[in-house]
Write a protein that binds this ligand. Structure first.
Ligand code: SAJ
Length: 442
C-alpha cells in the first residue's frame, strides 16, 4: 500500500538492509548501566552508535573515552570513541539522522509506589520531534504491560508516521545483571516483541547482529510482562526465605542449613537466601509496576504486596537482632559503636541504591548507636544528614561493640574481623560453619 511516497515493504526492507550491512546509524537513549553496555556492544560489531543522555557529564566522560559503568571498562570503550564508532550527545536533534533508537531510561517508583513514567515520556517527546520514516524504536526500560502500546506509541505516532507502516516499535526487556562475571549484554538471551510482525522482525534483526540469542514473542505486552515475571519471581521467593528466617529464629532452627539441604533436591527447587532486606534498582521496584497495572485491571496482586511487606521488615529484624545481641553482652544499643561491614545493595557491586544498609543504619542511629561502615566499593556514604568515610573493617572490629555483616563482598577480611571483634551479627552467613560465641546469625 503506498504511504507517503514510500511503500511499507520498502521502508522495512531498506531498514533491514541497513541493519544487515551495519550501515544503520543506531541511537541509545539513556547511558546508564543498561544503555552504555548496549551502545558499546553495538559499536563493537561495527554500527555507528550515538548515545543520547540529558546528563552532559556522562556525555563528556564517554566522548573522552572514560567509562563510569562498572561493567564497561574504559579500555573497551575508548577505541570505539577514538574510531568514531561511538559518540555521545545531549542534542536530541541527531535523532533525525538515526535509523534505530533503543530507549534505556530509568523507570523508578514514586513515593506512593506508583510508576514514574516521566523519563520514558520525556525521551519519547524528544524523539517524536525529530524521528523520520523508516526508523525502529525499541523501549528497554522495565515497565508495566501496555506501556509501549498505550503510552509510547501515541507520542511517536502521526498520520504520516504510523507504527508498523512508516515507523517500527518494539519492547525488549533489559536483563543486565550488574557485576555478573558470567552473563553480559552479549550472551544474555534477548526477548523482543513488536507492535506488528514487521516491528518484531526488525527488532530481532537488530539484536541478532550484536547478541548471541534473540527470543521473539508475539506482542509488546508479552515482552513487558516477561521481565516483570522474572523479577517478581525473585522478590517473592526472597520474601519467602526471609519469612522462613524469622520462623526459624523463633524455632531455633538454622535457616541456612535448611536451605542448603533443600538445595540438594536436583529438581523443583531453586535456593534463595535470607538477608538484611531487598536492595537495588530492580527487584524492590519492578514488581510494583506489575501490582500497579494489575490493580488497574481489577486484580489485587496480593503476593507482591505481602512479599514487599516482609522484605521491608528485614532491616527492623536485623536492628532488633543487633540490639538483642548487645543486650546479651550487657551493652545497651544506645551509645554503642556499631560497625556496618558492606553497605552496597548486593555483593561485589558499587551501588547503594535502595540498599538495606541505609535503613539498618538509620534504625540503629535512631536508637542511639554510633555508626561506622566499611565497603571496598563505596568510599563515602551519606547516612541521614551525615557524610561518612569508609573505615578499615579490621580496625573497626577492634574498637566497635558490634560488627554487622550486611553485604557479603568477596574481598573482605572476614577472618581478621572475627578475630578482633567482640560481637559479629552475620546477616549473610559469611561465617558459615564457623563455631564462635561471638557470632549471631540471621
Ligand atoms: N537478595 C537476597 N536473597 C537472595 C537474592 C538476592 O536477599 O537470594 C537480595 C540482594 O542482596 C539484593 C536484592 O535482593 O539486595 C536484589 O538482588 P538480585 O540478586 O536480584 O540483584 P539485582 O537487583 O541486581 O537484580 C538483577 C536483576 N536483573 C535484571 O533485572 C535485569 C535480576 O533479574 C537478576 O536475576 C539478578 O540481577 C541476578 O540474578 O543477579
Amino acid at each position: 500500500m503506498q504511504t507517503t511516497g514510500f511503500s511499507t515493504a520498502s521502508l522495512a526492507a531498506v531498514l533491514a538492509e541497513k541493519i544487515r550491512s551495519k550501515k544503520a546509524r543506531c541511537g541509545v537513549v539513556g547511558l546508564g548501566y543498561v544503555g552504555l553496555p548496549l551502545a558499546v556492544e553495538m559499536a563493537g560489531i561495527g554500527f555507528e552508535v550515538t548515545g543520547l543522555d540529558v546528563a552532559a557529564s556522562k556525555v563528556d566522560q564517554i566522548n573522552s573515552g572514560t567509562s563510569y559503568v562498572q561493567d564497561v571498562p574504559s579500555r573497551h570503550m575508548a577505541p570505539l570513541v577514538a574510531s568514531g564508532k561511538l559518540r555521545a550527545s545531549i542534542d536530541f536533534s541527531v535523532v533525525a539522522e538515526l535509523d534505530t533508537i533503543n530507549i534505556c531510561v530509568p523507570t523508578p517508583l514514586r513515593k506512593t509506589k506508583d510508576p514514574d513514567m516521566s523519563y520514558i515520556v520525556s525521551a519519547c517527546h524528544e524523539i517524536a520531534k525529530y524521528i523520520r520514516p523508516g526508523t525502529l524504536v525499541i523501549l528497554e526500560s522495565t515497565t508495566y504491560p501496555g506501556t509501549t502500546d498505550e503510552l509510547v506509541r501515541p507520542i511517536l505516532e502521526r498520520p504520516d508516521l504510523r507504527v508498523g507502516q512508516e515507523i517500527f516499535l518494539c519492547f525488549s526487556p533489559e536483563r543486565v545483571d550488574p557485576g555478573n562475571p558470567k552473563f553480559n549484554t552479549k550472551n544474555i538471551p534477548k526477548v523482543v516483541g513488536g507492535c506488528t510482525q514487521a516491528c518484531t522482525q526488525l527488532g530481532m534483526l537488530l539484536y541478532e547482529q550484536a547478541l548471541d540469542t534473540v527470543v521473539p514473542v508475539s506482542s509488546t505486552q508479552v515482552a513487558e510482562m516477561v521481565k516483570l515475571l522474572e523479577n517478581t519471581f525473585r522478590m517473592i521467593n526472597i520474601g519467602l526465605v526471609n519469612e522462613l528466617a524469622m520462623m526459624c529464629e523463633r524455632m531455633e532452627i538454622n535457616v541456612w542449613e535448611v536451605i542448603d539441604a533443600a538445595a540438594t533436591k536436583p529438581f523443583g527447587f531453586m535456593p534463595f537466601y535470607p538477608g538484611p532486606g531487598l536492595g537495588g534498582h530492580c527487584i524492590p521496584i519492578d514488581p510494583f509496576y506489575l501490582s500497579w497495572k494489575s490493580k488497574q485491571a481489577g486484580i489485587e496482586a496480593r503476593f507482591i504486596e505481602l512479599a514487599g511487606y516482609i522484605n521491608g521488615q528485614m532491616p527492623h529484624f536485623v536492628a532488633d537482632k543487633v540490639q538483642n545481641a548487645l543486650n546479651e553482652h550487657a551493652k545497651p544499643l544506645k551509645g554503642s559503636h556499631v560497625h556496618l561491614m558492606g553497605v552496597a545493595y548486593k555483593k561485589d557491586v558499587d551501588d547503594v541504591r535502595e540498599s538495606p544498609a541505609l535503613d539498618i543504619a538509620h534504625l540503629l542511629a535512631q536508637r542511639g548507636a554510633r555508626i561506622s561502615y566499611s565497603d571496598p566499593f563505596i568510599p563515602a556514604l551519606r547516612l541521614d544528614q551525615e557524610e561518612l568515610q569508609a573505615q578499615d573493617p579490621v580496625a573497626m572490629a577492634g574498637t566497635s561493640d558490634c560488627v554487622v555483616i550486611i553485604t557479603n563482598h568477596t574481598q573482605m577480611p572476614y577472618a581478621e574481623v572475627l578475630e578482633k571483634a567482640s560481637l559479629v551479627v552475620d546477616t549473610r552467613n559469611v561465617m558459615k560453619g564457623i563455631v564462635s560465641e561471638k557470632i549471631v546469625r540471621l
